[in-house]
Design a protein around this ligand. Structure first.
Ligand SMILES: [Zn+2]
Ligand SMILES: [Zn+2]
Ligand SMILES: [Zn+2]
Ligand SMILES: [Zn+2]
Ligand SMILES: [Zn+2]
Ligand SMILES: [Zn+2]
Ligand SMILES: [Zn+2]
Length: 453
């Protein structure tokens, strides 16, 4: 709340001094009318209250006057954010993180833009009432951000110059309305989340109250004398009252969220549009990429990766001269080309290496993608197979695909077409090696007990 009060007075341009626990605010003419005094002496700690100080709590006069005043004005503040740094080519060339290319040219263009900050008061109403302030900002790209993480109290206090009206930005009323709706959406999502965390406690309190009410009416009904003539009538009256009280209790514990716009603040600022020309080290082809330089924080924002739409960290130029980021690009293990669409890459089912669509082999047995190292042809029918699916004849060593592999009934060993023997009687398959082994015992088929040949 201290923060809010401080922000509020700095928006309105009032001077704040601090003397121990007391904040002294010198008001200008306009604010003097609102508070009916020239100077406010505020304390936030109930123990520090003296005769001439005003305690700021939720619902206190000062806070209510502030809210009322801002709403009546539809309070809009306009400021300009100071520029702290100027971009130069050397620094930018150093800040661009590119894995496989060079910066050959950097163009820098100043752009006038604005951020709009919205301060919302959120009330959570049920059997208890709590309030929160949400400070949300939105930039000209429509990205909503936590206003206080960028426009900290220090920035609001020192780095903003108040303006009397919009200056160097083409922000229209319509833009502000759209931004307001976006921020309101974000505020309401945040409030819904917070409501979920309150809900549990509310339900606990509701449950406690219901138990108490139920206990009370059960006792009342039990105390009635059953043999009295009016028994049934009295019992029904209690039951009606009980149902009514329950409904009342449930109604009281329903959580309502009220969101109010307290004020908004348009902050004009400059950004620099930086156009970097990248040269692909392999192909020598050039590519342009646009980034934003923030002259306040001197941060260079490379924007979103055109391939995966995530925040670009390290830039990669692909072999076909597209731009991607390190996370979504891959090297094909066979042709060594760089590609920028990792989600469409094939991975070898044996070793996990990445393969491009031109270099991938699909195993004719399991239909999985496989690399060159982990695939081979069947020696019988020339089908391409992964090393997991290929079997080797235990007699002659030929590589075999699923279709050309037979298994010895007795030993379960894989064998080729040429090295199998079929029992004349039961049609079971045996390997020639097994049959040679049992020859001295009279070639009896272990399955049908007849002679195999
Ligand atoms: Zn990417
Ligand atoms: Zn390839
Ligand atoms: Zn592999
Ligand atoms: Zn396979
Ligand atoms: Zn085969
Ligand atoms: Zn064989
Ligand atoms: Zn047999």
């Amino acid at each position: 709340m201290k923060e809010f009060v401080q922000n509020y007075f700095s928006y309105t341009g009032a001077e704040i001094r601090q003397e121990g626990d007391v904040w002294i605010v010198d008001l200008d003419e306009e604010l003097e009318k609102v508070f009916s005094q020239k100077q406010l002496r505020l304390v936030f700690d109930p123990q520090a209250v003296t005769e001439d100080t005003e305690l700021v709590t939720h619902g206190s006069f000062v806070l209510n006057a502030m809210y009322a005043y801002m709403q009546s004005r539809g309070n809009k503040a306009v400021s300009r954010l100071k520029e702290k740094h100027k971009p130069n080519r050397e620094d930018i060339a150093e800040a661009v993180r590119i894995e496989n290319g060079l910066c050959s040219d950097i163009k820098i263009k100043k752009i006038h833009t604005a951020d709009v900050l919205f301060n919302f008061k959120i009330s959570f109403l049920s059997d208890e009432k709590t309030e929160e302030m949400y400070h949300l900002g939105i930039d000209r790209q429509g990205v909503v951000f936590d206003a206080q993480s960028y426009y900290t109290d220090a920035v609001m206090g020192q780095d903003l110059e108040p303006l009397t009206q919009l200056g160097g930005t083409d922000l229209t009323r319509k833009d502000i309305e759209i931004y307001f709706r976006e921020c309101l959406k974000a505020a309401s999502a945040k409030a819904q989340n917070h409501a979920k965390s309150l809900q549990n406690d509310i339900l606990k309190r509701l449950h406690r109250n219901i138990t108490r009410i139920k206990g009370y009416y059960t006792a009342q009904i039990e105390e009635l004398h059953r043999n009295q003539l009016t028994y049934e009538e009295k019992r029904l009256a209690f039951e009606r009252e009980y149902t009514h009280k329950l409904q009342e209790e449930i109604h009281k514990h329903q959580l309502k969220i009220v969101i109010k716009l307290i004020n908004f603040h348009v902050i004009e600022r400059s950004d620099y549009e930086v156009t970097v020309t990248l040269v692909n080290k392999q192909t020598r082809e050039e590519q342009e990429i646009k980034m934003i330089y923030d002259p306040f924080t001197c941060h260079l924002d490379p924007g979103l990766c055109p391939s995966c739409q995530a925040l670009m960290e390290t830039i990669v130029v692909t072999t076909d001269n597209a731009i991607a980021c390190k996370r979504c690009s891959y090297h094909c293990v066979r042709c060594r080309k760089r590609f920028g669409d990792l989600p469409h890459a094939y991975t070898c089912s044996v070793c996990g290496d990445y393969l491009c669509p031109d270099c991938v082999t699909i195993c004719s047995g399991c239909r999985k993608p496989v690399c060159e190292k982990h695939s081979d042809l069947c020696d019988v029918g020339n089908e391409m197979n992964c090393t997991e699916c290929l079997k080797v004849c235990t007699v002659c060593g030929k590589r075999l695909c699923q279709d050309h592999t037979f298994y010895c009934t007795a030993t379960r060993q894989p064998i080729c077409y040429e090295h199998r023997i079929i029992c004349r009687h039961c049609r079971r398959i045996y390997s020639t090696a097994f049959v040679e082994n049992i020859e001295k015992n009279g070639l009896i088929c272990p399955n049908c007990n007849h002679s195999i040949k």
